[in-house]
Design a protein around this ligand. Structure first.
Ligand code: 4AD
Ligand code: MG
Length: 480
């Protein structure tokens, strides 16, 4: 007998047919005459009810059908007596594929805190909340590929191990095969990376952008979607040391084309989730609403999760320059009453997430595309504007998230780029291959990076980025 998924049963309602279901027990209720087992097989948020008659199924087997156990149930689909589901499975036979000792199994049929579940991340996907999150995550990843594929972009796989630090922030994880207690040394007593595996210093990539630019100079419109690594010691609900980034890079695009693409892309992906994850989003919407209730009234979100997603789809993102944003922030009551931790007193300051969220959540109440940042707070590759002070950068800020996208038009002019690199102490020899894109067949081009987990966070309404990636890597955490 082949396995039938719960999702298929609910879609097709095969009353009267014999089927085999395989899944994990969520709960069991028993009396003398009958046992009701709620089974989940991961295909959908809904548990399916198995009805077991103790005259047909032995007491020993029924005892083993405890929360967490894995079962293979064969039976007949019948109209359901109770409310809720339209059908249930009358078990003819139950095979216990894997027991879960109730004395030892950490997940009980009750609500566990997210903190508790984080400590058992190896089991938490078995809860409704996490299985919903990971189904939505899957749909979002699929939507990313679908969007770009439909637009004729090519998916490029950029290296995980590199010798460069694209963002220049010095937050890289070193990759080495050396015995750290006893590395080979040069005559001057320095560690001799020439003797290491790659015959040079290497690190995990912080961004696939530089290699993406190389590809865009051949295939015109490309995107990457891969893991990126940052050793920034920020213990926040928005930062991971290992996260997935989507980086489209397009020849012949200017800053405005880049903004248009980013807005269209973000809306597409959100809409895809609304259309394809209705059950999971309904569940997560209710979960988020419960969560809101526990907050003080003045801190609660104005919109529920699904309404928030629809709101983003239905409204144009606000576009404004960094300079305009600084004016708004500087003159805000929030700033005057010193409610920001970092007060905005001068042009040039980097925006903290409290400022980004003020603009999005309090001032505009819409997603914001902030452009034309001071060059000194942005990466070397961004195109310099004619004012000599700013670059053609864009950050997209989302409610509840802050920065979700960072991007720019790139500096395609060789002289401007190398001058900027010198100012920022970035050795030209190390990026000779990158500079070749400017030496040969250079053209205006632009791109951006979407932090995938921040998108998953936004769409699922979860509050902590550690809860939208299966095995989060954060400072002090790499166990599972
Ligand atoms: O703004 P970032 O650093 O930009 C880049 O890496 C560019 N190379 C992108 C490009 O133009 N191709 O990072 C891009 C996005 C951020 O907006 C944020 O969403 C996410 O990546 N991000 C993180 N997400 C989780 N944890 C972290 N530590 C992150 N750092 C950045
Ligand atoms: Mg950024």
């Amino acid at each position: 007998n082949k396995r039938v998924k719960i999702k298929t049963i609910l879609d097709q309602n095969p009353i009267g047919q014999e089927i085999t279901l395989m899944g994990w027990v969520r709960t069991k209720r028993s009396n003398k005459n009958v046992s009701f087992i709620a089974l989940n097989d991961g295909s959908i948020i809904t548990n399916y009810q198995v009805v077991a008659d103790p005259n047909l199924i032995s007491e020993d087997i029924l005892k083993k059908c405890s929360t967490g156990a894995c079962l293979k149930v064969t039976g007949i689909v019948v109209e359901s007596q109770g409310a809720g589901q339209s059908s249930e499975l009358n078990a003819k036979s139950i095979e216990v594929l894997g027991e879960a000792d109730p004395e030892k199994y950490p997940l009980q049929p009750k609500k566990h805190s997210l903190e508790f579940l984080r400590d058992i991340a190896h089991l938490r996907m078995r809860t409704n909340t996490f299985s919903a999150v990971f189904r939505v995550r899957h749909a979002l990843a699929f939507a990313v590929h679908k969007y770009f594929n439909d637009k004729g972009f090519f998916y490029i796989h950029t290296p995980i191990i590199t010798a460069s630090d694209a963002e220049g922030a010095g937050e890289t994880f070193r990759v080495t095969t050396f015995d750290l207690m006893n590395p080979p040394k040069t005559e001057e007593g320095k560690i001799d990376f020439k003797q290491d595996f790659f015959e040079r210093e290497t690190n995990l990539t912080v961004s696939g952008q530089l290699e993406g630019e190389l590809a865009a100079m051949a295939l015109a419109e490309i995107y990457t979607f891969g893991p990126t690594f940052r050793a920034e010691n920020s213990n926040t609900t928005r930062h991971l040391a290992e996260f997935w980034m989507i980086e489209p890079e397009m020849a012949f695009y200017d800053a405005e084309d880049n903004q248009d693409l980013a807005e269209d892309f973000l809306k597409y992906v959100i809409n895809y989730a609304l259309e394809h994850c209705a059950d999971d989003l309904k569940f997560l919407d209710q979960r988020a609403a419960e969560e809101e209730k526990s907050k003080p009234a003045d801190q609660r979100a104005e919109l529920g999760l699904i309404d928030k997603l629809k709101f983003v789809l239905e409204n144009d993102f606000v576009r404004l320059t960094y300079t305009e944003a600084i004016d708004i922030l500087r003159n805000s009551n929030h700033n005057k009453k010193k409610k920001f931790q970092y007060l905005i007193d001068s042009w040039g300051a980097d925006l903290q997430s409290e400022h980004e969220r003020y603009l999005v959540e309090k001032h505009f109440k819409k997603p914001v595309i902030l452009t034309d940042y001071p060059k000194d707070i942005k990466a070397f590759y961004m195109r310099q504007n004619d004012d000599g002070k700013t670059v053609a950068a864009m950050d997209i800020l989302f409610p509840g998230i802050g920065e979700i996208v960072g991007g720019s038009q790139r500096e395609e002019r060789m002289d401007k780029l190398t001058q900027r690199m010198r100012e920022m102490y970035i050795p030209e020899e190390e990026l000779w291959w990158y500079l070749d894109t400017r030496r040969f067949g250079a053209t205006p081009h632009a791109g951006f990076g979407l932090g995938f987990e921040r998108m998953v966070l936004f769409v699922t309404g979860m509050g902590n980025i550690r809860d939208v990636i299966a095995f989060p890597r954060t400072p002090g955490n790499a166990e599972f």
